[in-house]
Design a protein around this ligand. Structure first.
Ligand code: HEM
Length: 475
């Protein structure tokens, strides 16, 4: 190690710390390690070292104050195999291609809805489909995962593909299954093992191979959509992200800014993966927590009835009159901790952090769990407490350490869309239904950790609040 390199637990030759990482909840294990080795420490997997950064203050120092030093993503053998070829999409690209593609994606999100308000309408329409699908359950207990996944992905489908899918559509179901598998495996111990021992893992059977088959199948579905777009592309009237990209590809032929079809497939894959799993799982955690704490569900519904009523869909403007609901949604995001570890970074130059020197090219992982549960920033970090976001007069307050979307130059580019979706889906669901379950004691809050955190499967009852005719027998 170079002088002043961050400390870390003793490592075995060849294997490093691989056997001490707690495979089921690595984010908790890594958060606890910071209590022993400090907020900047190093873990070794094989010969590969990763510097973990913990706690709000140190993560802010790295991602915001020294943002320029931690803007790139490092090399990963697994990503290289998934993305095969020279393109890296949105999440894993670097330099001028990343800057150009990120700007392009954000501008396209704005064009297809965010600024014009049509996205608000799309989300409310999708909520109605979701409500209808829940009503069709007719009182039986059901697992909400499939319906929430479908509703949320339909929003990104409309932006990227220009269309939504019926919830029973087999193509949509297959894509969602592939997405879920990918999101789990990409953040699992299998992905760490693959990056630490690529030559060995390449030849071994095991769950890691699922990442490659899921990504191949997703890319094939996206290619089909692109072919469909090419048939009836009207350059004067782009309908969605794919149209916009194909038009830009024609203009950018000679410039190397990532406007090639291979990269379009990967950008769509990234938007899908980043844009549907995360929001859908946050809503699943929302149902779970509000069923677990029925008095909070009651207070949310009182506020919805007062601010929106029962006869019109909510709008984003209603948020300012709903501080309690807003606080509850923020607390769901905090406790749900959907992206427990942030996207990997690479130090652009030798950088001093917390007294240690992180050498140029080192892999760095900001630990978002350690920020959202930082004992110095949250009054009751381990319990569900909407008061974290309310002042003594019940007014909503922002918290600096609320970083579910990360921070700095590489922070989530879909934050605006995600917040709009969370608010509108959440309010329309609780406006229409009272949610319950058979046995609250069975609701588990630990979750299954991959690249995102998913609740263990749970079943719910949805009882209509409008006509006071219970839609379910048992709730
Ligand atoms: C609750 C919902 C969401 C959460 C919690 C979330 C969280 C995150 C986090 C933590 C990152 C990593 C940032 C970093 O490396 O510093 C990220 C990146 C990203 N997110 Fe999201 N996200 C959400 C929704 C969305 C949506 C709806 C979209 C799509 C429109 C999206 C698109 C992306 C993309 C493309 C990146 C990569 C950005 C880059 O590397 O420049 N996300 N997100």
């Amino acid at each position: 190690d170079p002088p002043n390199f961050p400390p870390g637990p003793p490592a075995l030759p060849f294997f490093g710390n691989i056997f001490s990482i707690e495979a089921k909840q690595p984010h908790i294990y890594l958060t606890k390690l910071a209590e022993v080795y400090g907020n900047v420490f190093c873990i070794r997997l094989g010969r590969h070292k990763t510097v973990f950064i913990s706690g709000w203050k140190m993560v802010k120092e790295a991602l915001v104050i020294q943002a320029e030093n931690f803007v790139d993503r490092p090399y990963s053998p697994m990503v290289t195999r998934i993305y095969s070829g020279n393109s890296r999409g949105l999440f894993f690209s670097n330099g001028k291609v990343w800057r150009r593609q990120r700007r392009f994606a954000m501008a396209t999100l704005r064009t297809f809805g965010m600024a014009k308000g049509s996205m608000e309408e799309n989300i409310c329409q999708e909520s109605r489909h979701l409500q209808e699908a829940m009503e069709k359950e007719e009182g039986k207990a059901f697992d909400p995962m499939q319906l929430l996944n479908s509703a949320v992905s339909n929003i990104i489908c409309q932006i990227v593909f220009g269309r939504r899918f019926d919830y029973s559509d087999q193509d949509l179901r297959r894509m969602l299954k592939d997405l879920t598998d990918m999101a789990y495996l990409e953040g699992s111990i299998w992905a760490l093992l693959y990056d630490a021992f690529p030559v060995l893992m390449r030849h071994l059977p095991g769950p890691h191979n699922g990442i490659f088959s899921s990504s191949r199948s997703l890319k094939a579905s996206i290619r089909k959509e692109i072919e469909r777009h090419k048939l009836d592309l009207d350059p004067s009237n782009p309908r969605d992200y794919i149209d916009n990209f194909l038009i830009e590809e024609k203009h950018n032929r000679k410039q190397d800014m990532g406007f090639v079809e291979e990269n379009l497939v990967l950008c769509c894959l990234d938007l899908f993966l980043a844009g549907s799993e995360t929001t859908s799982k946050t809503l699943q955690w929302g149902l779970l927590y509000l069923i677990k704490y029925p008095h909070i569900q009651d207070k949310v519904q009182e506020e919805i009835d007062r601010a929106v009523g029962q006869n019109r869909p909510p709008t984003v403007a209603d948020r300012s009159n709903m501080p309690y609901t807003d606080a509850v949604i923020h607390e769901i995001q905090r406790m749900g901790n959907i992206v427990p570890l942030n996207g990997l970074r690479m130090a652009a130059r030798d950088t001093v952090l917390g007294g240690y020197v992180i050498p140029k090219g080192a892999t760095v992982m900001p630990n978002l769990t350690s920020v959202l549960f930082d004992k110095n920033e949250w009054e009751t970090p381990d319990s569900f407490n909407p008061k974290h976001f309310l002042d003594d007069h019940g007014r909503f307050i922002k918290k600096e350490a609320f970083l579910p979307f990360s921070a700095g130059k590489r922070a989530c580019l879909g934050e605006g869309l995600a917040k709009m979706e969370l608010f509108l889906f959440f309010v329309t669901l609780f406006q229409r239904f009272h949610f319950s379950t058979l046995d609250v004691a069975e609701l588990r809050t630990e979750g299954i950790t991959g690249a995102t955190r998913t609740p263990y499967p749970f079943k719910i009852f949805a009882r209509s609040r409008f006509d006071l005719q219970p839609l379910c027998n048992a709730a």
